[in-house]
Write a protein that binds this ligand. Structure first.
Ligand code: F0G
Length: 462
């Protein structure tokens, strides 16, 4: 019998397993020693010290046999590789953008975008900035501004598209004197910082129309666009009979360009690109690319990697793949909800986000509850997660600060099975049952930027 509230139909893998990789649960004493050595920062753990690794869904996918075969037809020519030709044609066909520039990962594409479009004094609106996006905006001397709808900040609100942009607020900004300092508008699909929440087609249309009216370019972060398109089909009125591929294409048709980390919905371990309709800008991106990444027909990647991306992008838009993928997220969310564990509702595209504020309601924000919970899940079951809250999004500029305190259990693509997810759910539920015993943390040392990667922490005394 399934617990009440859980998804009764556990998702069935639309693939069989050809290669396996051993994993092992380290003993409790080993886990405790690992935590101490790592300065209670799970980024400092060795992979071998982790049992189920839900740190990220980025670059952690299992490639298909077809992708591995693609690596074998790598044409490693510096210029004009046939893999680039295939890659460019595939991305053009799927997105409709004419100018496609490969980059080694998403943040390299962000570097190209913001180094060319943003300058000191500018304001860059987004539904919610991801950490690297925010870092690139700041690096260009501009100010990131999060403009997600208010529902995005209420974990319990059942709004189906919590990634949506607050269009009246965007319009207000563009009409105001500050509007002239907005070089572009960005929308992130799905909204990773806010729980992997999708953006609706209707909202994207309204944003696109607003941008056109104010003559602002609209760029999308499409690293999870296949998951976003699937959720549009599932949740948006009038979309249920369309193919995910068609929806994904229409999404791109509404924008002037996009950045992509192919490490997510490209189903590869490394890669990305920037795409644009603006030929002049594409030429500037390429100049910058040559200095930082490499020639425009490889962009910091081995040419065989481009082949794997071309195949991965197509596979990520397949309906049976997405049904299972989103089914896994729902399955984990269902088991946690059935036990009373507070999560960001409804579950989004690439993981389950625990609502830390309610999970550890006895801890105050300075006690870093998200980090405390991440440490506790590792201690309990060797499960690695990541805090998406006060540590990741320190108060760099008040308007972009993120009041959400979440713990993300990101599900790598095609990697874990139902029994792994059951184990994760059981681990979280055991910590939930003894939550009052979880102690706060404090920062011992931290760098100025992107501190979650390298900071060291210590538990508060009992
Ligand atoms: N945009 C979003 C929405 C992301 O989630 C990420 C990466 C990037 C851009 C940057 O891409 O890592 O290829 O340079 N997100 C990872 C994560 C790191 O764990 O969510 P990248």
């Amino acid at each position: 019998m399934e617990p009440e509230g859980a998804d009764p139909t556990a998702p069935i893998e639309p693939y069989r397993i050809k290669v396996v990789e051993s994993i092992r649960l380290p003993s409790r004493a080993e886990r405790e020693r690992a935590l101490e050595r790592a300065g209670y920062n799970l980024f400092n753990l060795l992979s071998e010290e982790v049992y189920i690794d839900l740190l990220t869904d980025s670059g952690t996918a299992a490639m298909s046999d077809r992708q591995w075969a693609g690596l074998m037809v790598g044409d490693e020519a510096y210029a004009g590789s046939r893999n680039f030709v295939h890659f460019e044609a595939t991305v053009r066909e799927l997105t409709g953008f004419p100018h496609i520039i490969p980059a080694h990962q998403g943040r390299a594409a962000e570097h190209l975008l913001f180094s060319q479009l943003a300058k000191p004094g500018d304001i860059v609106p987004n539904n919610m900035h991801f950490d690297t996006t925010q870092a690139h905006v700041l690096r260009a001397g501009a100010r990131p501004l999060n403009l997600a709808i208010p529902e995005a900040y209420a974990c319990d609100d059942p709004h189906p598209f919590k990634g949506n942009v607050d269009v009246p607020k965007l319009q207000q900004l563009l009409e105001s004197p500050q509007g002239s300092h907005v070089p572009l508008v960005m929308v992130t699909l799905t909204n990773n910082t806010g729980g992997g929440q999708p953006v609706s087609l209707a909202n994207l249309k309204a944003v696109s129309e607003t941008c056109r009216r104010f003559q602002k370019p609209l760029y999308l972060d499409i690293c999870r666009w296949a998951e976003n398109a699937y959720l549009i089909r599932e949740r948006e009125t009038g979309q249920s009979s369309r193919s995910v591929r068609e929806i994904a294409r229409e999404v791109c048709d509404l924008a002037d360009g996009a950045t992509m980390s192919a490490k997510k919905d490209g189903l590869v371990n490394m890669g990305g690109f920037i795409a644009t309709r603006n030929a002049g800008l594409a030429a500037r991106f390429k100049e910058e690319l040559i200095v930082f990444e490499g020639f425009p027909t490889y962009g910091g990647l081995a040419r065989r990697d481009l082949e794997a991306i071309s195949i991965g992008l197509q596979e990520a838009l397949m309906e049976d793949y997405l049904e299972h993928r989103l089914g896994q997220v729902r399955f984990l969310a269902g088991r946690l909800t059935a036990h009373g564990v507070p999560i960001m509702q409804p579950p989004g595209g690439h993981g389950v986000y625990l609502d830390v504020t309610r999970f550890l309601s006895h801890l105050r924000p300075p006690q870093l509850p998200g980090q405390a919970l991440a440490v506790e899940l590792y201690r309990e079951g060797g499960v690695r997660s990541v805090e998406v809250g006060a540590i990741m999004f320190e108060d760099v500029t008040a308007p972009s600060s993120n009041p959400l305190e979440l713990l993300r259990l990101a599900i790598p693509r095609r990697v874990y099975t139902e029994s792994h997810l059951r184990f994760v759910a059981d681990t979280v539920c055991r910590v939930w049952d003894r939550r009052a015993s979880v102690r706060g943390m404090r920062i011992v040392e931290a760098p100025e930027h992107l501190r979650h990667f390298t900071a060291r922490f210590a538990p508060e005394p009992p």
